[in-house]
Design a protein around this ligand. Sequence first.
Ligand code: NCD
Ligand code: ZN
Ligand code: ZN
Length: 342
Amino acid sequence: METLTLTRPDDWHLHLRDGAALKAVLPHTVRQFARAIVMPNLKPPVRTVDEAAAYRDRILAAVPTGQQFEPLMTLYLTDNTRPEEILAAKAAEFVKAVKYYPAGATTNSDAGVTEISKCDRVFEAMQQVNMPLLLHGEVTDSAVDMFDREKVFIEKYLIPLKQRFPQLRVVLEHITTSEAVEFVLATDNIAATITPQHLLFNRNSLFQGGLRPHYYCLPILKRETHRQALLRAATSGNPKFFLGTDSAPHPRNGKESSCGCAGCFSALHAMELYAEAFESVDALDKLEAFASFYGPDFYQMPRNSARITLSKTTWRIPDELPFVDDGLVPLRAGEAMTWKMV
Ligand SMILES: NC(=O)N[C@@H](CC(=O)O)C(=O)O
Ligand SMILES: [Zn+2]
Ligand SMILES: [Zn+2]
């Protein structure tokens, strides 16, 4: 049987939620990944080192017995974050980055930043102590077309930010456009994560025979030329592009609604999805570095030493997994996968 053995990967962009939802989804991630950058967009958000420490403890308590997992914590940037909090985060070694959400851009981002330049003193401190800034890179201006919001964010906010803070290390999260790929390639001290859905699907998947809420995430899927640019970047062997699933669980009734939530759940089968994307352009030899090397290199952490194996086996993605309130529909539910983690 055809198999693929890789260094154990890490997920550099993950939503674990809290409480019963955390307990339901964490085992899926622990099965595939050794570590994950855990997003802070809880209700209320994780804004301080103390809140991050408490959330980290709740995550560790939910790790299935006998298994290993290291949550890498992030702080949620607000208009009121103080530079002192950055120094405290640096001293507390479990906080690995600070996350910027434009207020109102995505799920649980109401407490996000209203005007990015308000945070300049915080960015100054981050640049000083080498704390990475993670960006949800979309403008929220309702006058800007939904499909242009990442491109406009780069032009309007990210280029000026990098001019003000050239040494600040930035991750442009879940990139979706060729403009993002080009910007990352052309700029120092910036990397990007790429999700499985943005490598596998274009915006037609949102409307395949009807409205498909389980393909709705933010930033929204773009046209095919962008998907191809992302796939080229991910499989190029350039260390600026690495794995971040953005697995973002919502209950079925939150997605299948008159105003459905944004987010795709992929923690169940993330590595299988990435393997399929890489295989589609005959680049399986580039998967290990994308999934297991470039992330820890950017975050200046050691690479993992354990290994995982994927085998060429056909299986069917379940229609639904147990969750809270309602079931959890995984990305591409009910369809066939050709790789399977052993
Ligand atoms: N990606 C999403 O569509 N949703 C994420 C938030 C985010 O990463 O923007 C979520 O928390 O549900
Ligand atoms: Zn986001
Ligand atoms: Zn996310």
